[in-house]
Design a protein around this ligand. Structure first.
Ligand code: DGJ
Length: 731
């Protein structure tokens, strides 16, 4: 049993294969958090809480005169505003016209087989009979009919615990929720490091590690999307934790909108971590009988370093979060015309690219931005999702047919959440765009955001995407979103708080995606937001892959892929070979290196194949064959970061290893050159020590490759690279 309740002690103990999580209902019926860490027994860990009469630490109702009991320093499971806890809170709500406070106490609980679901929100899932359990703990306000149900999903095998909270108002007075976090985690001892993933457009998810100091550290997005700038994923670890050793835990929020993660080190050096929807301008009113459901958060623990933690999380997300049937199927290798033509294409130009694609063994042509409405640059046309036949020189159906006749699938780009002011849609429904009446709108890429809090806008989006998908044999869509959301105002509901509109927008987006997947179950969707501006675990519930960054330079991608790998499966990373000099930074890299780097994820090309030399075309054909031959390894293998671009200036190396150790790849990109160079050696990981492996025709034991190491070939030019596959020899 993964979840145990000890009636006498009042403890709930949750076990995964490598971790234990414990809560306790204390004598005041407060739900305390008593343990989260390495797998341990079911002792009552509340002995670690030391009651004391600390100055300026108040007592909640019922604690009477015991000045040694205070929620100002007791570790709590779901801390609320207004009962003497002055740290960052999980929940802040007020009963309109009454006191702005809640005081939640334990009411009841249930332990259920299987995993709870969160209708309308992304969530980890389980199938009947899977070793997954759910714990529901109901808390109730001491005075009012306000209930909070804390939900826990325990995936023993995957070392994964999920959390969410449901807030319910059963009383007559309206409840205004100003903050409702998905998770609150208290640790009695501080001295922790926080690793977060910051970035920018074309430079996403750069890991940054800091020692948590006193006060509040916040990682957040208020942009309406999870954003390029910060990612809703963090790691909390001991100060001496490394890639290979030490305790660490990952927290990932399944949410694609504005989020907030706060870590506070308090007066007694305890650490509290909360994460959930960003509470900036957030106010959600619950009338009698209404509920508010927070997004889900995933937590995962490892006591053997960041590498093991992230491999475990990648596996758990792959198995339990991504649900597209394309997850396990061979996804098409593709050529996308964006960097090949930008807006300047015709049907004939596209077909020329498609012919070359078929010749070198690619599976799909993706038609990017510019095929619809009046759209010859990025100032017009968004919202008008009907094909520009004049530009293509034929109907979409006919173009797709010609591409299919070449033996290729066809994919298409859309950006359904947006509208251009110069579009038929805007002319017809100007109030569907989010703007503030009487003010010049804040524009991003000269476009406005549709108000997805409105039913008619959601209906329009569903209908226009359905019509597009029904009009031709479309196997894939790239779902883009190219601005930060501002001027958050719904003309249909001016009373709604900005935070509420932002959240409704995300719910609307999820509803449309759910609809599309239900109606078109075989469709492969690639997520995108100007590259990786919405690369989050919430999105992965709907799409198995996401365009990782608009930066296609192989060397900058080393950093972006490295950072992304901490929080997400590499099979979700879409990566393409593009031209040189690179369009984003002008860098020149060998064709081979661009291929090796793009093979880290879901592989493709983003250049005019017609402009490649015969030699390059042949090399591309070989890259595609190599990728296909090792597809299982790249899609299902365990990913090892063998070196970090931030720490090793000479090369970056990574490896995939089949879970049974039968096969492994090693990829290396040299990032610097030296006169009279020293030899470079690298240690493989994850192999079977006493098995024999063939690498480049020479036999090694797994132990030799892992402990002795492997001598890398000398680089022959700037940004040279090397890739090898170790094949286990059947003895
Ligand atoms: C941003 C995407 O990230 C690019 O790949 C491309 O699709 C453009 N948008 C098209 O406008």
């Amino acid at each position: 049993m993964a979840i145990r309740f000890d009636r006498e002690a009042g403890t709930f103990t949750l076990h995964t294969k490598n971790s234990t999580y414990q809560m306790k209902v204390d004598e005041n019926k407060v739900l305390l958090h008593t343990y989260f860490g390495a797998l341990t027994d079911e002792s009552d860990y509340s002995y670690l809480i030391v009651p004391d009469d600390h100055g300026f630490c108040a007592q909640p109702a019922g604690a009477g005169g015991d000045r040694r009991y205070s929620l100002d320093f007791y570790p709590q499971e779901y801390a609320v505003h207004g009962n003497g806890d002055f740290r960052v809170k999980a929940l802040k709500a007020r009963l309109v016209g009454k006191v702005p406070a809640l005081d939640l106490r334990y009411e009841s609980h249930r332990i259920l087989e299987g995993k709870y679901t969160l209708p309308g929100l992304p969530h980890a899932w389980a199938e009947d009979g899977d070793a997954v359990q759910t714990l529901e703990i109901v808390l109730r306000d001491l005075y009012e009919e306000v209930y909070v149900t804390l939900l826990y999903g325990v995936y023993e095998e995957e070392n994964l615990i999920t959390r969410a909270a449901v807030i319910e108002n059963r009383g007559d007075t309206a409840l205004e929720v100003g903050r409702a976090m998905s998770l609150c985690l208290d640790f009695p001892e501080g001295e922790k490091d926080l690793v977060n993933f910051y970035g920018k457009h074309a430079g996403e998810r750069q890991p940054e590690r800091r020692t948590l100091g006193h006060g509040i550290t916040e990682i957040a997005s208020g942009r309406g999307t999870s954003s390029h700038q910060h990612n809703p994923f963090v790691i909390l670890c001991d100060r001496d934790t490394t890639e290979e050793s030490g305790a660490c835990m990952a927290v990932s929020l399944l949410y694609s909108g504005s989020f907030q993660i706060q870590a506070e080190v308090d007066q007694f050096d305890s650490v509290r971590l909360v994460c959930g929807i960003n509470d900036e301008d957030f106010c959600w009113t619950l009338s009698k009988g209404e509920t508010f459901v927070t997004p889900e958060a995933l937590i995962s623990y490892a006591d053997d370093g960041l590498g093991a933690l992230t491999r475990g999380l990648q596996r758990a997300m792959y198995r339990r979060l991504i649900r597209s049937p394309w997850k396990d199927q061979r996804r098409p290798t593709l050529v996308n015309n964006w960097e090949a033509t930008y807006f300047d294409f015709t049907g004939e130009k596209l077909l020329a690219i498609a012919r070359q694609a078929a010749r070198i063994g690619l599976d799909m042509l993706v038609l990017d931005d510019g095929w619809f409405g009046k759209r010859n640059d990025d100032n017009s046309g968004l919202g008008d999702w009907y094909v520009n036949e004049e530009k293509l020189g034929c109907t979409l159906g006919s173009l797709v047919q010609q591409v299919n006749d070449l033996g290729l699938k066809f994919g298409i780009w859309i950006e359904p959440e947006m509208v251009s002011e110069d579009s038929d849609l805007y002319r017809e429904h100007p109030d569907w765009a989010m703007t503030i009446p009487g003010r010049d709108p804040v524009r991003g890429r000269n476009q406005l955001t549709l108000d997805l809090s409105r039913r008619e806008v959601i209906a329009y989006m569903k209908d226009s995407i359905d019509a597009l998908l029904d009009s031709a044999n479309i196997a894939y869509i790239k779902w883009d979103m190219n601005r930060s959301v501002d001027n958050v105002f719904s003309a249909a509901n001016p009373e709604l708080s900005q935070g509420a509109v932002r959240h409704k927008y995300v719910l609307g987006l999820y509803e449309v995606m759910e609809h599309i997947l239900e109606k078109h179950p075989d469709l492969l969707i690639e997520g995108c937001s100007g590259g990786g501006g919405r690369f989050d675990a919430g999105m992965l519930y709907y799409v198995p892959q996401i365009w990782c960054s608009d930066n296609t330079d192989a060397i900058e991608r080393l950093w972006i892929h490295h950072g992304t790998s901490y929080g997400y499966p590499m099979s979700a990373v879409a990566a393409h070979v593009s031209v040189c000099p690179n369009h984003q930074n002008g860098r020149v890299t060998p064709f081979k290196t661009r291929g090796i780097c793009a093979m880290q994820g879901s592989f493709g090309y983003e250049l005019d194949l017609g402009k490649l030399t015969e030699e390059e075309l042949q090399e591309a054909g070989e890259q595609i064959a190599l990728y296909n031959a090792n597809y299982d390894l790249f899609q299902r293998g365990d990913y090892y970061r063998l070196s970090s671009p931030a720490e090793n200036g000479d090369f970056t190396a990574w490896s995939y290893v089949m879970p049974d150790g039968s096969r492994a790849s090693l990829s290396v990109v040299y990032t610097d050159l030296h006169g009279n160079p020293k030899p470079h050696r690298i240690k493989w990981k994850g192999l079977i020590p006493d098995a024999h492996y063939l690498v480049d025709g020479r036999a090694y034991t797994g132990a030799a490759l892992m402990h002795g190491g492997f001598v890398l070939p000398r680089p022959e030019c700037n940004y040279d690279s090397y890739m090898a596959v170790a094949e286990k020899v059947e003895e």
